[in-house]
Design a protein around this ligand. Sequence first.
Ligand code: FNR
Ligand code: LAC
Length: 357
Amino acid sequence: MARPINLCDYERLAPERLPALVYDYYAGGANDELTLAENLQAWGRWHLRPRILVDVADIDPHTTVLGHPLAMPVLTAPCAFNALAHPEGECAVARAATSAGIIQIVSTLSTQSLEEVAMAANGQRWFQLYCYRDRGVTRALVERAEAAGYTALCLTVDVPVAGQRERDIRNGFGLPAGMRCKNLTPVGLDQIELVADDSALQRYINELLDRHLTWESVAWLRSITRLQLLIKGILTGEDADLAIEHGVTGIIVSNHGGRQLDGVLSTCEVLPEVVETVAQRAEVLVDGGIRRGTDVLKALALGARAVLIGRPYLWGLAVEGEAGVRHVLELLHQEIVLAMALVGRPVVSAIDRTLLA
Ligand code: FNR
Ligand code: LAC
């Protein structure tokens, strides 16, 4: 294929660059992958209402999220094990996100340590937190993220137990020899060794992450850090309400890219309910199936402050390392600018519900 010209082109190229085990881990979802497919299709069900004869000579896709400037309303989602795509892993993503002027959210399960990623580029970054059963382990991760200059914590709440990812079970997914979850090296929990006919990641999550996690845990987390706190994985108005009661300033509507509970609604369909309940008391972000500039505009029109992209940057990383991630972000930027021009909304604040039919 010639040079990719959109995000899906990168996805089509990725299988040539990745072992099947890695491709399936990145691409796959839980069980029948119904929600995975829904996430992609749901954005296409909304249609745009363009305004005409608006001066679109200058298009400005800048915005802020929780007070942090963003060159466009996009962040990179926390995805585990970026080194499976390219040896420069999370550090390459850090450099690409910084040059694009956006925020990188670094996974607890990164293959380079949170300190190494922080040293790789001077942009803004947030830390995605998985709570280990051992609260001492969790607290140490939070303290390290603070010390390394991360400006917010995203607590992921949709993995009390691991989803059933059948591709990973069939493939026997785990990390190759020598690859570690470096953030956990100090406590000796950094290995996810291959096991035949089972997902070593599923075992790891089920053994080590805290399935007792409740709102009390959120209160505890709120009490041990001054960092801004977001919850990632909210899918109902009821839970959005509780999150705000617990001092959360950002809510990420997410179904983990269809990798946890198969059969939940697409995030596009859930977003309006959450936005309505939140009623401006917190900022709402969304991820899942965003592949086009018009998808980003639709998410904003439905009330999201910004979106996260997951798999598209992993495909860029797999195909061309840092340059691939940069290109993915440039392509999305160009598509956002073009879409804003064609719908006659030259600034982000002009994108509202009247854009959609
Ligand atoms: C993820 N996701 C994820 N989320 C999280 O909070 N911590 C993590 O470590 C991971 N790891 C991870 C690995 C891989 C390979 C994927 C594809 C996803 C979920 C991720 O942050 C995000 O919610 C989805 O990827 C968004 O959907 P799209 O953009 O991939 O469709
Ligand atoms: C995943 C976990 C690690 O989605 O969040 O693979």
